[in-house]
Design a protein around this ligand. Structure first.
Ligand SMILES: Nc1nc2c(c(=O)[nH]1)N[C@H]1C(S)=C(S)[C@@H](COP(=O)(O)O)O[C@H]1N2
Ligand SMILES: [Mo]
Length: 521
């Protein structure tokens, strides 16, 4: 024995507890990363409970009441950590082989407990395998190692250096805490996925929700190749937010508070929303950062509860001007009160294109206000709505150089190809795209070639003024060459979109979308 540390029961226990903790943490991380994998802790606890004598069970129920899940997990943890301490002590007594064997045995029992649960798959035991391997590695790395004695060449266990041991222990301890924390956070993704399915099913069962709309071809679709579809599918819808990690908000934990300048502050749960009258509307959403011709814009079928109804119930006080909304991650924005109360379909949306909101588009609840850019209206993961005056609060983007009010500007975008071959029948060209003047509607879209006369395009039908519209202009036979093609939209009042180009800041890009069209012989 080279120093006093060797044989220390205390250090042995510390080593064993650390190795076990980091193993459990690694298992949690894998559970968070691999859908369908399972933590061994609950199954071990379950087995443990199933094998407990009745008197002990009765005693436990009496002591801990019906909080059985907590007791089950705590019981399993105590047993596993206790075994860990024993394993560490074995290490410090030089019985490395027994320590490794016992660790592996605990892993095997964990895997077995997972596999005898209903619906076993091999993937389910991955966390147990990884956790056990990590525990073994830590025992090996931090524990005392056998070394060859210089005196007689015999293998003896050398002691461990105290400083090194403490440093290693702190590292392992922190690694366990971080890994376990990240693992638990990631696991919420799967919980939310389950919630989403449940919400989608509930909404579909309630009957009046459309399933994923199949609009092609329809009155809203011109059927021209290259033009963005009238409804952008959820997995293709642009995403903009400041969240580094998509917030995972479980339905049961979600609440919305409506307060500030209201007579009766309200708190709503998701069930409260489900119980209310709902509307379903096609509404186009656009980002203020969308450049001319850009794709930070999309149209979807939103379902939710009219915000106006809720604010009326809360009783908006005189003098309120701004509806400030806040998301679970602290992002804020302010919308003009009149855009919510003037009869347009501003809503607390709970579904998008016939499904629960995707997590990245605000599950379980977001705001949608027709006609406003997203940065002043479309709060995802919304948890608070506060009525204020304009000068009382600035939303997230306002001090960063963006306008307090953000109505969406009139815009036409060209989606069709830049190059055609006359030999492919390309002399007559279909030039088309989408155009929007949200909440004002589109009365006309026009194109011009090489800054010539404006020529009218054909426009598709729309369900309301709150969506974009597909348009197409079919040319006559074009001679081979290069053409500068521009498009412009006129809103419902016949006002053409502004010609002077402007950058996206502070209130949205403007100017004509212009493409170079090449017609080859
Ligand atoms: N919580 C939260 N909501 C938010 C944002 C955000 O950063 N955080 N960004 C807004 C902006 S700038 C836009 S353009 C829209 C985009 O919505 P989408 O990602 O569903 O397309 O969300 C809005 N809602
Ligand atoms: Mo945005």
């Amino acid at each position: 024995m080279q120093n006093g540390l060797y044989g220390s029961k205390k250090l042995g226990a510390v080593l064993g507890l650390l190795a076990t903790a980091v193993g459990l943490a690694a298992a949690e991380l894998i559970v968070g990363l691999v859908r369908g994998s399972a933590s061994p802790v609950v199954p071990i606890g379950q087995e443990f409970i199933d094998r407990t004598p009745k008197w002990l069970k009765d005693w436990a129920i009496e002591q801990f009441g019906t909080n059985d899940k907590v007791v089950l997990v705590a019981g399993a943890l105590i047993v596993v950590l206790g075994l860990g301490a024993v394993i560490g002590i074995l290490m410090f007594r030089g019985e490395r082989a027994s320590a490794f064997a016992l660790t592996s045995a605990v892993g095997v029992v964990g895997a077995w407990a997972v596999l005898i649960r209903p619906d076993p798959t091999l993937g389910k035991i991955l966390p147990t395998i990884v956790g056990t391997a990590v525990s073994l590695a830590v025992l090996w790395w931090l524990g005392p190692k056998p070394e060859v004695s210089e005196e007689d060449g015999r293998k003896v266990i050398m002691g461990v250096d105290r400083r090194q041991f403490i440093g290693g222990a702190v590292t392992i301890g922190s690694a366990a805490a971080i890994t376990g924390g990240v693992g638990r956070a990631l696991q919420r993704r799967f919980a939310v996925a389950v919630d989403q399915l449940a919400v989608t099913e509930t909404l579909q069962r309630s009957g009046d929700m459309s399933t994923v709309p199949n609009l092609s071809p329809s009155e809203f679709e011109l059927g021209v190749d290259g033009i963005e579809s009238f409804v952008v599918p959820n997995n293709n819808f642009y995403r903009i937010d400041t969240a580094l990690v998509v917030p995972q908000v479980q339905v049961d934990s979600w609440k919305l508070r409506i307060d500030g300048m209201v007579d009766n502050p309200i708190e709503l749960t998701f069930d409260d929303l489900l119980a209310r009258e709902q509307i379903e509307r096609y509404i186009t959403l656009s980002c203020v950062s969308n450049p001319v011709g850009g794709d930070l814009v999309g149209n979807a079928l939103w379902r939710g509860v009219r915000l106006k109804d809720i604010l009326e119930e809360a009783g908006v006080q005189d003098g309120a001007e701004q509806v400030v909304s806040r998301s679970i991650d602290g992002w804020t924005c302010g919308s003009p009160l009149e855009t919510i109360m003037d009869g347009r379909d501003a809503m607390l949306a709970i579904a998008m294109n016939g499904e629960a909101l995707p997590a990245q588009h605000g599950f379980p609840v977001r705001i949608v206000v027709p006609g406003l850019f997203g940065y002043v209206s479309a709060t995802k993961w919304v948890t608070e709505i506060r009525l204020t005056r304009w000068d009382e609060f600035d939303g997230y983007w306002i001090p960063r150089g963006w306008s307090k009010e953000g109505p969406v500007k009139t815009m036409a975008r060209i989606d069709t190809g830049r190059k055609v071959k006359k030999s492919d029948g390309g002399g007559a060209v279909a030039i088309g795209g989408v155009a929007w003047a949200l909440h004002r509607g589109i009365s006309q879209v026009q194109v011009r070639f090489d800054e010539g006369e404006w020529l009218d395009a054909e426009i598709a039908g729309v369900p309301s003024n709150d969506t974009w519209v597909q348009w197409v202009h079919r040319t006559g036979d074009l001679a081979p060459g290069r053409y500068a093609v521009e498009a412009r939209a006129l809103d419902g009042d016949g006002v053409p979109q502004p010609e002077t180009p402007a950058a996206v800041a502070p209130n949205g890009a403007q100017g004509y979308h212009r493409i170079a069209l090449t017609v080859e012989a």
